[in-house]
Design a protein around this ligand. Structure first.
Ligand code: ASP
Length: 591
């Protein structure tokens, strides 16, 4: 029987000097094609690598003709003999660089239209063009590597959980709408007019129900959906490693994650992480780094300036402190090739203002004393300021004051981040840390009530159980975030497993009993049947892959992401649907 096509007997990454003399068939794409008269050099590419194919000048006319008509990205089959390259032609940068394949026959399996961009290691085309032709963009070396890397990471994660007795359990993606903080995606029911499913923002409630069912070690690589406005590097759907365990305390969850990430980083990157990650309380992280996801690849710690700022003659400082606010500083170090010009200081100030600061004060350290900026308000205290801050000649002291401690911290924290990047202070490597002891509640100024800082199912720390209602703002929760290189990699908590306590939390979050019964009745019901104490966490897979791939956007590690406007330029979704489909769903579009 005639074969449909010449099927490969080797991949484009597999042939070595030891294969010399073998007749092989390769399938792949024409990556580069160079003609030297009757001599053709074709770089043939597939997922596994690249092989040089040569059409010698002694080739038949038919073969010459096919070779002469090849274009970039044609999908071809090549039959030929493996031969060693002459010594001066060996390419040490190519895994197959010692050999080439002398073609005897080339079949074009399919032709390629005019390319919207070249297939290169990294595609520098504009993002929408890359996404419009994502299937081609994915052919680039960089995307091929990253998608394979993602696979390796997920595989390592699964292997870890399989060997530690966890069960992988799927939970539904059509669920009851129970907003977890963000907006739900809704799916109208055709069978039940006017009713909706929601896509899960996370499997949170299901994983807790699995604990009630006795699956005491659960994990899942779960797809999550949040209908949020396009902002920064968000995707409407993302993937998380969802984990839940029964009979655990906080440290059990943290230690499990430390062990997991040690295992994954060793397997995937051959990198040894510390056995335990640094732990910082939310308060200390904010106070020292101005962020609850601090990048610890550099120092530049922030400090309290009140000891000297309170005695300055600068009203912004003295008044802020008198009113119970905070004044904090950072010492921007003297750095070769970097001038603290007014323009640059202005840029730092703008960074601070984004987080609520009214301004950023500064003073330079020169000849053992302070000058410029607000230094005149410290007349007679120059030595003291220098001693207190430890600043040296060429350094600049940057200060932010705010009546609100958190705003003071985050504003100066933004300055710290800018400096870290601009001064080249960020070391290579992976700096994990835990942020613990988060506040359980946050006040929603717009809606005028308290709400859960993480989600409503997290346990307050026991010492606050009597003061939940009287002083929600001071309640700390059994919450933890895992931070890596300045990114929040995971959030989790020990959960509430008591109906009455759960109802108290709902009420504090402005959800009266009737409403919680209606929305979360199934959870409250389940809690009537001896739920075990439990807790969990959910690391974001997209972010993890992005950081390991050393990229700045999660789109670089997702095969088919949406663009920054939350659209898919490839299939043009979201798209209108036919009237018939709307009718079936009992929906009418409101103009
Ligand atoms: N469900 C939570 C989230 O998606 C994670 C957790 O608490 O386990 O952020």
């Amino acid at each position: 029987m005639e074969e449909a096509f010449m099927q490969r007997t080797a991949t484009c990454g597999s042939l070595r000097a030891a294969d010399e003399g073998k007749t092989v068939v390769l399938n792949g794409w024409v990556h580069r094609d160079r003609n030297h008269g009757a001599l053709h050099f074709i770089n043939l590419r597939d997922r596994y690598g690249m092989t040089q194919v040569v059409v010698d000048d002694d080739a038949s006319e038919a073969l010459q003709k096919v070779a002469g008509e090849l274009k970039l990205e044609y999908c071809i089959a090549v039959k030929g003999i493996v031969r060693r390259r002459p010594d001066d032609m060996v390419n040490p940068d190519m895994a197959t660089g010692e050999i080439e394949v002398k073609a005897e026959r080339i079949d074009v399996l399919s032709k390629c239209d005019v390319l919207p961009f070249m297939i290169e290691e990294e595609n520098n085309a504009r993002e929408d063009l890359r996404l419009r032709y994502r299937y081609l963009d994915l052919r680039s070396g960089g995307m091929q590597k990253r998608i394979a890397l993602r696979h390796e990471i997920i595989k390592a994660i699964r292997e870890y959980f399989y060997k530690t007795d966890f069960l992988e359990i799927e939970t539904p993606t059509l669920i009851r709408s129970t907003p977890e903080g963000a907006r739900d995606f809704l799916v109208p029911s055709r069978i039940y007019p006017g009713k909706f499913f929601a896509l899960p923002q996370s499997p949170q409630l299901y994983k807790q129900l699995l604990m009630v069912s006795g699956f005491d070690k659960y994990f899942q690589i779960a797809r999550c959906y949040r209908d949020e406005d396009p902002r920064g590097d968000r995707q409407l759907e993302f993937t998380q490693l969802d984990v839940e365990m029964s009979y655990v305390r906080r440290d059990d969850v943290l230690e499990l994650m430390e062990d997991l990430f040690n295992d994954v980083f060793r397997k995937v990157l051959n990198v040894t992480l510390p056995a335990h990650f640094r732990r910082l309380s939310y308060h200390d992280a904010m106070n020292t780094y101005g962020s609850d996801k601090p990048d610890l690849r550099f120092g530049l710690e922030m400090h309290d300036a009140s000891s000297f700022a309170a005695r300055s003659t600068f009203n912004a400082f003295t008044e802020t402190l008198a009113a119970g606010g905070a004044v904090k500083y950072i010492v921007a170090p003297k750095t070769e090739g970097h001038d603290y010009t007014r323009k640059y200081l202005g840029e730092l100030e703008s960074a601070a203002k984004i987080y609520g600061a009214h301004g950023m004060a500064w003073m330079k350290v020169e000849n053992g004393t302070i000058s410029g900026g607000v230094s005149k308000f410290f007349a007679g205290m120059e030595k003291e300021v220098i001693e207190a801050t430890g600043a040296k000649d060429g350094d600049v002291i940057l200060l932010v004051a705010h009546s609100d401690w958190k705003k003071c911290c985050t504003s100066l924290g933004a300055v710290r981040s800018r400096l870290g990047a601009d001064l080249g202070l960020i070391k290579d490597g992976y700096e994990f840390c835990w942020i613990i002891d988060f506040p359980l509640f946050e006040y929603n100024e717009d809606e005028g009530h308290w709400e859960a800082a993480h989600h409503m199912f997290s346990m307050p720390q026991v010492e606050y159980l009597d003061t939940l209602e009287s002083d929600p703002g001071s309640v700390k929760g059994d919450l933890y975030d895992l931070v890596l290189n300045g990114y929040e990699l995971a959030s989790g908590s020990i959960r509430i497993h008591d109906v009455e306590l759960q109802k108290r939390i709902f009420r504090i979050c402005n959800i009266p009993d009737e409403v919680s019964k209606e929305r979360f009745g199934f959870l409250l019901d389940a809690f009537r049947f001896s739920p075990p104490p439990h807790g969990g966490i959910a690391p974001g897979i997209d972010r993890l892959c992005m950081i390991i791939a050393n990229k700045e956007s999660i789109k670089e590690v997702i095969a088919f992401p949406k663009n920054t406007a939350a659209l898919s330029p490839m299939d043009d979704s979201p798209s209108p649907v036919e009237q018939k489909q709307l009718d079936e769903l009992h929906l009418a579009i409101k103009e």
